[in-house]
Design a protein around this ligand. Structure first.
Ligand SMILES: [Zn+2]
Length: 417
């Protein structure tokens, strides 16, 4: 009996030092709190989060933490964010947001609605030349503008047409994209839900943008020394997010990507306690939602030769509950994927792993194109995924199911690879 109890205690101890759900939740909650204002740039939230992570890695007991600074140009919206449709005030983040490369917009504007059923570009340009539509905002469903971007790109450029700007409709929940915010276009582009703009004749706007040139941000690189130093494993996750939409609204990004960031901190704590065979790097990237800027910078300035990376795990948005886990691999990572499938088949951490085509959608991509064996783990299409890049991806909607299976999958992999 005594022996059984001892065995039970040992098993408990092993559990405690493996994945750490309370720790994971604490970090997700912290990073998605108002203190970091959506981990963007204008209010310094991203860098504040980076400093927090530096401390967390040290607490986790890693051997070394370094900050890798770099600069980006980025368009931001930290100021006025007000919009009225026929006198009705709209709510930022709920009814409207801004295209990431939009300038600010101030004033009152007539609205010209594009007739998508009888689409005739000549008639549209003739209409827009009429005095009643001078300085108007042209409203249209986004995917339609995308399909006819030859026409709509003219409406974005100064001098090509007298319209003041564009309104794109996007179904609720309204999203904000930051990927192409490294420049500002000539005319404002506003995202609005269809129901907020339908039949509206006049829009009043008071929206400020701030374009930040050479904004200084940094990656956080933690290292746990292994028994061997000739090759290494790398765990990556981006900690930046979309920042503010005006003074009061921010994108908390609990799933994207406080979830992945918290995961790699707990992995660092685990390997600091279980000295690994090879060196381990835990890299929290900045600038991901601004188009993979931190990972691209690191890939150009690696602290360890990329050829020495045995395997890289990029963990982005695993704060969800789809029993099928989404993955992408580099060509060189495919051999490893077979092992992932084998482990998952035996242990059933997920019902299945679904591998999609490699895409430039997260921080594994700059490594995959440089022939590093790597996998991207993202839990798509669960309950949290609908809030992707919306203000509703926050602590209140956070889901935790995928943390433990992802943690176990990657640690089992390292043991067997
Ligand atoms: Zn994102």
């Amino acid at each position: 009996m005594k022996r059984v109890f001892l065995l039970f205690l040992i098993l408990c101890a092993v559990q405690v030092t493996a994945q750490d759900l309370p720790q994971y939740k604490r970090i997700v909650k912290e990073l998605s709190s108002a203190k970091y204002q959506g981990r963007g740039y204008a209010k310094g939230g991203a860098n504040k989060a980076g400093k927090f992570l530096e401390k967390e890695f040290r607490k986790a007991g890693v051997d070394e933490v370094t900050l890798q600074p770099f600069t980006i140009d980025i368009n931001t919206f930290p100021g006025k964010m007000e919009l009225w449709a026929d006198g009705k005030k709209l709510t930022p983040g709920v009814d409207f947001s801004m295209r990431e490369y939009s300038p600010g917009v101030h004033g009152e504007f007539p609205v010209y609605h594009i007739d998508t059923l009888n689409f005739d570009p000549d008639r549209i340009f003739a209409d827009l030349a009429k005095p009643e539509y001078a300085n108007c905002l042209v409203a249209c469903e986004f995917w339609f503008t995308h399909k006819h971007r030859d026409v709509f790109s003219k409406l974005q450029k100064a001098g090509a047409c007298t319209n003041a700007g564009l309104i794109y409709t996007w179904a609720s929940p309204i999203k904000f994209f930051k990927a192409y915010g490294d420049h500002v276009v000539d005319k404002p582009i506003i995202w609005v839900t269809p129901e907020s703009i339908e039949g509206v004749k006049t829009v009043r706007a008071n929206v400020d943008n701030v374009f930040m040139k050479d904004c200084e941000i940094f990656n956080v690189i933690a290292k746990v020394e292994g028994e061997r130093h000739d090759s290494c494993y790398v765990f990556t996750a981006h900690y930046d997010h979309l920042g503010n939409l005006g003074k009061k609204v921010f994108y908390a990004g609990a799933n994207d990507n406080a979830s992945g960031t918290a995961t790699i901190v707990t992995l660092a704590a685990y390997y600091a306690r279980h000295r690994p065979s090879y060196d381990m790097y835990f890299i929290a990237f900045s600038g991901e939602d601004a188009n993979l800027r931190g990972s691209e910078f690191f890939a150009q300035h690696p602290v360890v030769p990329l050829s020495q990376i045995k395997y890289l795990f990029n963990i982005d948005m695993i704060g969800d509950n789809n029993p099928v886990q989404y993955c992408e691999c580099s060509d060189e990572g495919l051999r490893g994927f077979a092992l992932f499938e084998q482990i998952n088949g035996e242990k059933q951490y997920f019902r299945a792993l679904h591998r999609g085509d490699l895409a430039a959608n997260s921080d594994h991509y700059p490594f995959a194109t440089r022939h590093v064996p790597c996998i991207f783990l993202e839990n798509e299409n669960g309950d949290a995924f609908q809030y992707y890049h919306t203000i509703f991806d926050n602590w209140k909607t956070a889901v935790f199911d995928s943390y433990e299976p992802v943690f176990k999958l990657v640690t089992d992999f390292v043991e067997k690879y």
